[in-house]
Design a binder for this molecule. Structure first.
Ligand code: GLU
Length: 417
């Protein structure tokens, strides 16, 4: 198996699309580059009086179509190149669903599970201070990602407002609803994934009530995906988190699993109705209709892709499949709903939140949901259409769709000065 980084994956995916596109070399070269990455040191007074200096990043990959948009990840393995890859994916994702944004991403190297609430708050506030010169409602709009949530976004917006002497809210999305977050934002990534899964089932003539689902990752996205698909009558037969997974061919109850995870910190010890333990590795190889990687990058790779038995892979995570695996999945005829399409629901509702904040006028949950659904469906059909026309895989089709829009914006802007 070839070892590749997230950035290699993002670059290879882009190259594969560029090969098929009629763009001049200058434009291609620009599309390959990250516009800006700010690396910051974040000193935090820990509860024991010691000062720990954390490292954080904010990357802006391409802003031709609008301000950078994307979450901030708190994880021990975040690095400079990873945030660049994630910012690139945000650029293509925002373009696929036609949002007036470029792509950005942030990260702090830390283990949030080992930080107290006070330490987490001081870390979050100082990070926003450190990147304050490059963020703003028309510059770059942070949001939640892995291990960040509405509470953290509350600290972010307060810090931003204190620094600027403002009481405005459009600089950060994914805020608590009581602090002008959007209704439906918390479940939005999952809603979007579910929407694309249902469209795929329909396209492939698979009856939803007969379909089985395996979900790798049981965080915000994974747990809501399990619930929503279960509500639609699909059978969830396997789920996992970072500590391991569980399997039950008769179906798992997502509500009970969620409760168990809240109480014990993992789904791995859930035992009800003959449920068995399973490793994350074996989980990915389970016989099922839909496999949903909903955690981190590169879990489906050259070493396990040949053993994947799902008919559909719905990428709730960013970058879960390597290019080497993509080739194998294509040969096996597996229908991949690529991350930049499948998981775009989160940023779509972030956009709705930004629009509501700029207007000071708020929408009902129903309106948010209907507009999200319409946008996902439009993007899904567009990508499928390109895949058929170009006789290529869904990921390359999604890239062609996105890269074309970004290239057009760059063409009309020209280069300053
Ligand atoms: N972190 C999410 C993503 O990867 C959401 C980003 C946003 O809402 O700006 O798409």
């Amino acid at each position: 198996m070839k070892q590749v980084s997230a950035l290699d994956v993002a670059n290879l995916q882009l190259e594969k699309a560029l090969e098929r596109m009629d763009l001049d070399e200058n434009t291609k070269n620009q599309l390959r580059k990250t516009e800006k990455v700010l690396t910051v040191s974040i000193p935090v007074k820990m509860d024991n009086g010691q000062v720990n200096v954390f490292t954080g990043f904010r990357a802006q990959y391409n802003t031709a179509r609008g301000p950078a948009k994307g979450g901030v990840r708190y994880h021990p393995q975040v690095c400079f190149d990873e945030v660049k890859a994630l910012a690139a994916w945000m650029t293509w994702k925002c373009a696929v669903v036609d949002l007036p944004y470029g792509g950005g991403k942030g990260g702090i190297i830390c283990n949030p599970k080992e930080l107290s609430e006070g330490e987490l708050e001081r870390l979050s506030r100082r990070f926003i201070y450190e990147i304050s010169s490059i963020i703003g409602p028309n510059k770059d709009i942070p949001a939640p990602d892995v291990y960040t949530n509405p509470k953290v976004m509350g600290w972010y917006i307060d810090t931003y407002n204190m620094l600027n002497g403002e009481a405005a809210f459009a600089c950060i999305t994914g805020k608590p609803v009581d602090l002008w977050g959007s209704k439906g934002r918390v479940e939005a990534t999952a809603s979007g994934v579910v929407q694309t899964v249902l469209l795929s089932l329909n396209y492939l003539d698979i009856i939803a009530e007969d379909a089985t689902v395996v979900i790798q990752g049981f965080g915000n996205a994974g747990s809501y995906i399990a619930k929503f698909l279960h509500d639609k009558g699909l059978r969830i037969i396997g789920v996992s988190d970072s500590k391991g997974g569980v399997y039950n061919s008769n179906g798992l109850d997502p509500i009970a699993l969620n409760q168990h995870k809240k109480e014990t910190g993992t789904v791995n010890t859930y035992k009800r109705n003959g449920t068995e333990k399973i490793t994350n590795d074996d989980l990915l190889k389970l016989e099922c209709d839909i496999l949903v990687p909903a955690a981190l990058e590169e879990v489906i790779n050259g070493s396990n892709a040949k053993d994947v038995k799902a008919k559909i892979i719905a990428e709730a995570a960013n970058g879960p499949t390597t290019p080497e695996a993509d080739e194998i999945l294509k040969e096996k005829g597996i229908f991949v709903i690529p991350d930049i399409l499948a998981n775009a629901g989160g940023v779509v509702v972030s956009y709705f939140e930004w629009v509501q904040n700029l207007n000071g006028y708020f929408w009902s949950e129903e309106k948010v949901h209907l507009r999200l659904k319409a946008r996902m469906e439009k993007a899904f059909n567009e990508v499928l259409h390109i895949a058929q026309k170009e006789e290529t895989d869904n990921r390359t089709a999604a890239y062609i769709c996105a890269v074309n829009k970004v290239a057009q914006a760059m063409k009309f802007r020209g280069i300053w000065p």
